[in-house]
Structures are given as C-alpha cells and as structure tokens.
Design a protein around this ligand. Structure first.
Ligand code: 26Q
Length: 752
C-alpha cells in the first residue's frame, strides 16, 4: 500500500475531503501502527531515566521525522491543498515540565532511542501539567492547562501497582508513550497515574484542596520549588513515581529470569535531579523484602543508580523535614535511618555529609551521592563549581564518582523540525550525514567565504523572521518589522537569569532614542517565559516588561526604532517558532548560577549569535566558535563567587554613584510607567534592585549595555554577521544530545 492509500483507509475518505482534526487523528493512528511494527529496542542491560518532568513537546511532527515520513506526508498534503503544520497545531502540547530539566529529559529519550540503546523514561501523568500563562492588566495569571485529549499520544495499559503511604494506599495505572528514534530505535516513556483523580477539584485558577491525596495526587505539576505550598503533596508525588518505577523494574527483571543479586548487570537508573531520589531507599526496601540482606541491597542499588545535579542554587536542593517523610512514607524511614547510620560510621567527624542532619532534615542529594556510583554536572563550569564549592565535601571523599556531562539538544526537533528550510539547505550542501553525526556540520566552514551560501542562509533567516512576525501579530497583536534585529530571551523567569537586566537595557535604549541617538537598524526585543506563581519578584519583572511593551510600542517616536514583545505561554511549540527567527541569543545569567542552559544551544544551531556571560554552557560555546563569533560581557564566576563570600556587592553603591544606572532604575516608577502599571509591584521591584539585588543585576549592567550596543552596531556589517552566523551553526554539532547520551553510556550506564 502506498502512504496515501494507508491514510485514506484510516480516514475513510479522500484526503481532500478531511478536516484538520480528522487528518490529525488518522496520522496519530498511522504513527501508532508504524511504531508497533518497529521492534522494541532490547539488550542485556537497560536504562531507566526517572524524572518528575518530561517536557516532550508535540509528538506528531517529531514522530513523522523519526519514521522518515515527514517530507512525504508534507508533499502529499500539499497535493490536496492541506498543510501538515496546521494539522500539527491540532495536537495539545503535553505540559509535563517546567523548563530546561524537563526538556532535557525529552531530548535524552529521543537520543537514546536513536542510538539504539534500551532506555525507558519513567514519570508521572499529570492531568494539568504546568499552568497556562495569560496576561491581564500587564500581569501574569495562571490557569489550568488540561492537555489530555482524545485521541491521545498515550496508550492506557493494564499495568498497575499498589503504592502504600502512611495514611492510605492507592492503585496506579501506567500509560505509555512510544519513543521512536531517528530511523531506528523504539523505547517507551511510562507515565503513572491513578484512576481516582478528581479534576473537578480545580475551580478558580490553579488552587485546589491539597489534602485529598487520592483525588489530587497527579493533578498538577509543581510550578518550581519557590511555591512553598503543598510540600507534602510533592513528597507523595515523588514516592508514587519511584515506587511504581521500582516495582516495574523489578518485575521486568524477574520476567527476564535475572537474579536480583545481578541487578546492576542488567539495570541502570539515572536520577534526574533529586526529585526521584527516594528510588534508592525504595529499591533497597524491595530487595530486602526479596530476602537480600541490607548491606548487600545497599551495594547493589549503589551500583545501579547515578545522579545528575542541575543546579547550584541552595534553595533548589531538596531537603525534607523528617516528620513529613515519617508521615508520608514511614516504611522508608528505617532504610533512610540505616543509610544515615552507615554514613555516620564511615565519616563520623563530618556533619556536612550526613543524610539526616542535626535539625532532623533529610538531604535528598546526600542519599544520591553516598548511595549512587556517579554524580554529574551538566556543563564543564557547573561540574567544576560542584567539585570546588557546592559539593566539595563529597568530592573530597568520592572524587571518582564525579564527572561532567555537558547537556545537549535533539537536532531532530530543534533544526530538522523547527527550521526545515535551513535543514534542507544543509542537506544540499553536505548530504544528510549530519543528522546522525552532528559534528559533520563543521564541514559548513568550507563555505565561510562563499557568498552564495552565506546569502542563502541569510535569506532563510529572513523568511523565518517574516513568519515569526506574522505569528507575533496573530498571537500578541504586535506588529514587528522583519528587517529589525530580533533580540530574543526566552526561558523561565528567575532573578538569576536576569530578564530585569534586559528590561533595564530597554529603558536605557528608550532614553537614547528620546535624545535623538538611534541604531541604523531598529531592534525588536522579544521575551517569553513563565514565573512561578509564588515568586513575587519574577512576577514583578514580567509586569515591568509588559508595561514597557505598552509604553514603547505606542510611542510613535520610539517604536520606529525599538519594539518590545512578551510572548504569552512560552512552550516548546513557541520555542520552535521563535528560535529559528532570532539574530541575538540572550544568555545573560549571573556567572556561576546557570548550570548549563540549553536554549543557548538551540539558538546557536539556528544561526543566532550569543550575547552572554561566562556561565554554564556559554563557556563551551565560546570555546567552540572563538572570541570573534560571540559577545561576552560581565564578571566571571570566580569574581561573583568571591563577591558572595566577602559580601562585596552593594547594589546601593551602583545606584548612588552611577548616574545612568540610577536614571534607568528611577524610570521604573516614573509617571509614564505608573500611568500603565501597578505602583506597588513596580515600587517593590525598584526597591529590591536598589537594596537587595541578590543576583547582581547592577554589577554587570554597564558592561551589558556597552557590549550590546557594539553588537547591534555590528549587525550593520552584514557580511561579517552572516559569517558569524554560519560559524555558529557549523560548530553546534558538539551540542547534539546524541553526543551527551553517548557519553552517559560510555562513562555511566555501559549499556552496549
Ligand atoms: C524542587 C522542589 C520542589 C518543587 C519543585 C522543584 C524543582 C522543580 C523544577 C526544582 C527544579 C526544577 C527545574 C530545574 C531546571 O530546569 N534546571 C535547569 O536544568 C537544565 C538542564 O540541565 C539546565 O540547562 C539549566 O541551567 C537549569 O537551570
């Protein structure tokens, strides 16, 4: 049967007569059929990647690419006047992650399947995922995002386990999503849920009764750790996840006829941040139930489990009061107590190493580091900081466990799907090998002086900008000029990521334009991202940006040269639309604070130039592209760490002694701004910047403004800019998640 015949038979009517939803449903069935035909990847040893978040993005386009059917379906639809991309829009995006950590998990599943490694993901089927972001009165509002729909990418299974808590027990149900690799490989993402979840608990906004566990267990994904509410519910969720995972893994092992004493020969578990750390005591508990002695169970589990750290922010390292755990998971407490006793005996004189500290707080990361065999950071600088600072006491006792695994991104989604024109152009120049062997992109360097190629790349960028401009007009109602410089910062809102610094630059630029000084090209500053509902300061920064958007875009004198756009509800689909259209990639975190960043890699791959600090993976980007193809500013991580240690940073001084900084900050509560915004929110934001500024915005502001100015002037030298852009794409191969996964496998999992 031809593809057309298959589709027509699934549709029950000719393609030309089908509506978008019908076409979507038929393609979903087609993908499921083709998945069923592809053998599930198997081997002697299997990885289980346990994560509270999998930010998978829409599945249809990615699956068609990985089945090598995308272009064929695209052509077929065109023949009948249909658009595949508008059919893809029908799918609801699963909002099962906050940001980088969740998206990384999804990229890693894609790459593990592509490399033909047996590797399943294990997580939770949240009914509402992360909240949907709306704007009213220039503020963020959070509304539930019911992403589950019918027909669904998930398949309901009959797999079910009993999970016991202190006060109740629940029965789980497993749902599966096929994970197809590019051309080869087929793994599963297993998401656990309970049948008794009651979606009607959700009334106004995203508030709900946090005590009715059997009804709310998998209702929501936690919007970051700054939401102090429902910490116990978070423990319920985590234990539910790992208990299901542990039971499933041991079941598979028994079915395979393996001896549980040999677990580490057949199973590797990667613990994605501390959210799944309870899998360690849970597995030990289950092995003991199978008759294995405690000390032996500990040894087996240590050889199975490996831990990835994604942050050095102390507040994000999970610590739970002993009493909470005692209430929720009493059966784990003797195990955790025993593990802590082991630590006490071995390292008696060092309280920093204890799992349960003197204040009766349980440190989840300490469980991972003592009772796992590998500890990795997510970029070279981050791993160095872990060794030297944050986790130093552990590095001193377990130097051999520490290793770096610089993050990566899947090229199937972030160039092949997001930027098909660039992808096809590269195919025509290099052939298709770069899709499986990303460093082949480096061969683009031979076109460094080839005007035709440079112009073709520039034209693709321009077309992407035109499409993005249309999208911005449709979704945000803002008209932007595709010939302006697209300066983009899209990521979660957090003070350390310093969106407020970018907003202060907007104010600085507003003054410049008012005084008659303008750039040769207009600039469009594009923001996108959500703030945790309870994170007041981040909400205030969003408010500032929305007020500036209103003020500037409606000022005819200024808006000729400068526009501000805040995209609402930034998600994977929007990332795929905006990143290929960017000229400038804003990666401006306070040095030492961004563990890696992954949008920096996506922008680079799509030919944007980084404006960034020496933080996270920016350092590695700079090493790859060279100083001439990136714009770096600001203090180094050593300088910043030193300022923290010596209490050497005082925001007030910058405000007092730098006239230009003071002017920008004062503008936050100027009459113009107060005519639009909320005086309390803007006033608090301003006060915080002057008196607290924990993430040192003012420290780097001047250097940021200077370098950004140079960069925007350099945009006029298009011949140079086109070359910089080419170099960025050419050198991005290192950041393929295929490389990251190959390294995890080589150093940690040893699957094949
Ligand atoms: C913790 C406790 C309670 C509730 C929520 C949380 C929580 C939730 C999400 C803690 C952290 C997160 C997410 C962290 C995250 O996304 N980190 C990012 O990980 C990326 C992938 O490694 C890095 O590139 C980013 O630098 C890092 O910020």
């Amino acid at each position: 049967m031809t593809l057309e015949q298959e589709l027509v038979s699934l549709l029950g009517k000719p393609i030309a007569d089908a509506k978008r939803r019908e076409l979507y449903a038929a393609l979903l069935k087609l993908v499921k059929q083709k998945s069923a035909e592809r053998p599930v990847t198997s081997g002697n040893k299997k990885l289980y990647y346990i994560s509270a978040e999998f930010l998978t993005g829409k599945q249809l386009g990615k699956n068609l690419i990985n089945l090598n059917l995308y272009d064929e379906v695209d052509q077929l639809f065109k023949k009948y006047g249909k658009s595949l991309s508008s059919v893809e829009d029908v799918e609801e995006e699963p909002s099962l992650g906050n940001g980088g950590l969740g998206r990384l998990a999804a990229c890693y599943l894609d790459s593990a399947a592509t490399l033909d490694l047996p590797a399943d993901g294990m997580g939770l089927r949240y009914h509402f995922g992360l909240f949907k972001q709306e704007f009213r009165d220039h503020k963020q509002y959070e509304v539930p995002d019911r992403w589950l729909s019918s027909p669904s990418v998930l398949t309901k299974t009959n797999v079910s386990y009993t999970v016991e808590f202190g006060k109740l027990s629940v029965k789980s149900r497993m749902y599966d999503m096929d994970v197809l690799g590019y051309k080869t490989g087929h793994n599963m993402l297993h998401l656990f849920d309970i049948d008794s979840v009651d979606e009607s608990l959700v009334k106004e906004g995203i508030d709900f009764d946090k005590t009715a566990i059997a009804k709310n267990l998998t209702l929501f994904l936690y919007p970051d750790d700054s939401d102090e509410d429902g910490r116990k519910l978070r423990i319920y969720q985590q234990y539910f996840m790992v208990s299901n995972a542990a039971q499933y893994i041991l079941d598979e092992e028994k079915k395979a006829g393996h001896n549980l004493m040999d677990l580490a020969d057949h199973v590797a578990i990667q613990i994605n941040d501390t959210h799944p750390s309870m899998v360690i005591p849970e597995l030990i508990r289950l092995l003991i139930k199978e008759g294995i002695p405690f000390y032996k169970a500990e040894e087996i589990v240590t050889n199975v489990c490996a831990y990835t750290n994604h942050t050095i922010l102390a507040e994000a390292l999970e610590k739970w009061p002993y009493a909470y755990l005692q209430e929720v998971v009493p059966q784990l407490m003797p195990i955790i107590g025993g593990m802590d006793f082991g630590v006490e005996c071995a390292y008696n004189n060092n309280p920093d190493l204890r799992i349960i500290d003197a204040g009766n707080t349980v440190h989840m990361a300490h469980i991972d580091m003592h009772y796992g065999h590998s500890i990795n950071g997510v970029a070279a600088l981050h791993t160095d900081i872990l060794k030297k600072q944050e986790l130093r006491p552990f590095y001193n006792i377990y130097p051999e466990k520490f290793n770096n695994k610089t993050n990566g991104i899947t090229f199937r989604r972030f160039i092949m799907h997001a930027n098909p024109d660039l992808s096809h152009k590269i195919d025509s120049l290099l052939g298709a090998s770069w899709k499986s062997n990303a460093t082949d992109l480096e061969r683009l360097m031979q076109y460094y002086n080839d005007e035709n190629v440079l112009n073709a790349f520039a034209e693709i960028k321009h077309n992407n900008k035109e499409r993005a401009a249309q999208f911005i007009l449709d979704k945000e109602g803002v008209e932007v000029d595709p010939d302006s410089v697209f300066d983009v910062q899209v990521k979660r809102f957090h003070e350390y990521k310093r969106q407020q610094m970018n907003a202060l630059w907007v104010i600085y630029e507003y003054f410049r334009i008012k005084s008659g000084v303008t750039f040769p090209h207009p600039v469009t500053v594009i923001f996108g991202g959500k703030a945790a509902p309870a994170y007041y300061q981040a909400q205030a920064v969003i408010h500032l940006i929305l007020c500036l958007q209103e003020l500037i875009n409606n000022d005819p004198q200024v808006s000729k040269y400068l526009k501000v756009v805040m995209l609402k509800n930034y998600n994977v689909a929007k990332a795929e639309k905006i990143i290929p259209a960017a000229d400038i990639s804003e990666q401006i975190s306070l040095a030492s604070k961004e563990a890696s960043g992954t949008s920096n890699m996506k922008f680079m791959l799509n030919g944007a130039i980084t404006l960034g600090t020496m933080d996270g993976a920016n350092v590695e980007i700079k090493n790859l592209v060279g100083d001439g193809n990136i714009y770096i500013f600001g203090r180094s991580s050593d300088e910043v760490i030193n300022l923290y240690n010596t209490n050497g940073y005082h925001a007030e001084d910058y405000y007092k002694y730098h006239e230009s900084i003071r002017r920008c900050i004062d503008f936050i509560t100027s009459p113009e701004m107060l005519a639009i915004g909320d005086a309390k929110l803007l006033g608090d934001l301003k006060d915080n910047l002057i008196h607290k500024d924990w993430f040192m915005t003012l420290l780097d502001l001047e250097s940021y403004c200077n370098v950004k100015e140079t960069m925007i002037y350099d945009y006029s030298d298009q011949e140079r800019w086109k070359r910089m852009s080419l170099v960025n794409t050419a050198k991005a191969g290192f950041f393929s998640s295929d490389r990251s996964i190959a390294e995890y496998n080589r150093d940690i999992w040893h699957l094949k």
